[in-house]
Write a protein that binds this ligand. Structure first.
Ligand code: TXA
Ligand code: MG
Length: 349
C-alpha cells in the first residue's frame, strides 16, 4: 500500500488536508496523527472493520482494547451507557488533555474496538491537529499508539514512518510531540477510581479532583504473573533490541557500577549504551552515552525516553544500562515505561 505522508502545522492547519484525511477514516482507512502524548494510529472507532485493520497494521493482539478519541464533550453520550459524575469532574479539569477515562460502553461501540470488553476507554486530546482530524472523521477515532506492537510509542513522525510506511493510508507529520509518554488511564467503572496506567496527569492531581484513588497493584510490582487491569499493560513493551538493565543507587555508586560492567565487555563487536542525565553524561565510557536531560527536568526525561530507546535500536546497541529516574511528579510514569523496557531488570547498588 502507498502511504501518503503529509506535514501539517498545528498553528496553521490546512483544511483541505484534514478533510481528505477525514474522508480516508470515514471510508474505513487508517491515518496516523500527532497528539500531545504520542502519535496515534487512527481508524473509525464505530466501524469494526477499521479496528480489525488497526490490529493488523500494528501486529497487535486483538484482545488489547483501543482508546476512542473524541473532540467534543457532547460526543461522549453516544458511546457510554451512562456518564459518571466523576467523569464530568475530571473532564472539567483535564480535558482536552492527556487523560483517558474508562466507562461502561454503549451498543454503538463495537466489541472489536474494545477488545471484547463491555467498557470503553475515551480520551479528548488537546493537540489541535488531532481535534481537527476527529471532527473531520465523524467524531470518533480509535487510536492506539502508532508503533508496531512491542516497540516504543512514536514521539516523532519519523518513527511512525519507520513502523507504518506501507501499512496504512496516511501519516500526518506534525513534528515532535510535546509530552512523550502515553496518557494516564483511569478506570471509573468501579466504586473507587483506579489508575491503570500512570502518565502526565498524576495520582495527586486525580486525588485532588476526586478524593480517594486506587492504583492498579500490578503497576508497582515486577510480578508478571498478576494480570494488569488494562490488557495492554501485560505485553512486553517498549523493549529495545539490546538487553537493558536499570541500576539504582547513589549517583557515584551507579556510575562506578555501570563503568565497571562496561569495562568487562571486552568483545569489540559488542556495542554498549548508557541512559543517564546531563549531570553524569561525561563520566561514562560506552559506545553510546545518551542523556535524558537534567535530572530535575522531569518533562525532558518523559519527552526523551522513547526516542533514546529507538536510537539504541538504530545504532544496534547490544548491552544497555540505565540510571533510574524515580521521584518527582512524573517518576512513576517514567519508571513504569522504563521498567517495562527493561523487563523489570533492576540492579540495586
Ligand atoms: O496517549 C495515549 O493514550 C495514546 C494516544 C494515541 O492517545 N494512545 C495509546 O493507546 O497509548 P494504546 O492503545 O497504545 O494504549 C491503550 C491502553 C492499553 O494498555 C489498553 O489495554 C488500555 O489502554 N485500554 C483500552 N481500553 C481499555 C478498557 N476498556 N479497559 C482497560 N484498559 C483499556
Ligand atoms: Mg501503545
Amino acid at each position: 500500500m502507498d502511504t501518503i505522508i503529509t506535514k501539517v502545522d498545528e498553528q496553521n492547519i490546512d483544511d483541505a488536508t484534514m478533510r481528505s484525511a477525514g474522508k480516508i477514516i470515514m471510508a474505513g482507512g487508517l491515518v496516523a496523527f500527532p497528539t500531545e502524548t504520542v502519535y496515534g494510529l487512527g481508524g473509525d472507532a464505530l466501524n469494526m472493520e477499521s479496528s480489525a485493520k488497526i490490529y493488523a497494521a500494528k501486529g497487535r493482539p486483538s484482545d488489547n482494547p483501543l482508546i476512542v478519541h473524541i473532540a467534543d464533550w457532547d460526543k461522549l453520550e453516544m458511546i457510554v451507557s451512562k456518564i459518571p459524575e466523576s467523569a464530568r469532574i475530571l473532564a472539567e479539569r483535564f480535558w482536552p488533555g492527556p487523560l483517558t477515562m474508562i466507562m461502561n460502553k454503549s451498543d454503538a461501540v463495537p466489541y472489536e474496538t474494545t477488545g471484547g470488553l463491555d467498557t470503553v476507554a475515551v480520551r479528548m486530546p488537546v493537540h489541535k491537529t488531532a481535534l481537527e482530524l476527529i471532527r473531520n472523521s465523524g467524531g470518533y477515532i480509535a487510536a492506539p499508539s502508532a508503533n508496531l506492537s512491542g516497540r516504543p510509542s512514536p514521539t516523532s513522525a519519523r518513527y511512525v514512518i519507520e513502523d507504518m510506511d506501507g501499512r496504512i493510508d496516511m501519516i500526518i507529520d506534525g513534528g515532535d510531540v510535546e509530552i512523550g509518554l502515553e496518557s494516564t488511564i483511569v478506570d471509573l467503572t468501579g466504586d473507587t477510581p483506579m489508575i491503570l496506567r500512570p502518565g502526565y496527569v498524576t495520582p495527586d492531581m486525580l486525588r485532588e479532583a476526586l478524593g480517594e484513588i486506587d492504583l492498579d497493584p500490578t503497576l508497582l510490582s515486577g510480578d508478571t504473573s498478576i494480570r494488569p487491569k488494562a490488557p495492554g499493560m501485560k505485553y512486553r513493551h517498549y523493549a529495545p533490541k539490546g538487553s537493558l538493565a536499570i541500576v539504582r543507587g547513589s549517583q557515584d555508586d551507579v556510575v562506578e557500577y555501570i563503568n565497571k560492567k562496561l569495562t568487562k565487555v571486552n568483545d569489540k563487536s559488542v556495542r554498549t549504551g548508557v541512559i543517564c542525565t546531563d549531570e553524569t553524561m561525561r563520566r561514562y565510557e560506552a559506545s553510546s552515552v545518551k542523556s535524558v536531560g537534567e535530572r530535575a527536568d522531569e518533562d525532558a526525561i518523559a519527552h526523551t525516553l522513547f526516542r533514546i530507546l529507538r536510537e539504541f535500536d538504530d545504532e544496534e546497541v547490544d548491552v544497555i544500562y540505565s540510571e533510574s529516574f524515580e521521584g518527582g511528579c512524573l517518576g512513576q510514569a517514567i519508571m513504569n515505561r522504563l521498567l517495562k523496557a527493561a523487563g523489570h531488570q533492576v540492579i540495586d547498588v
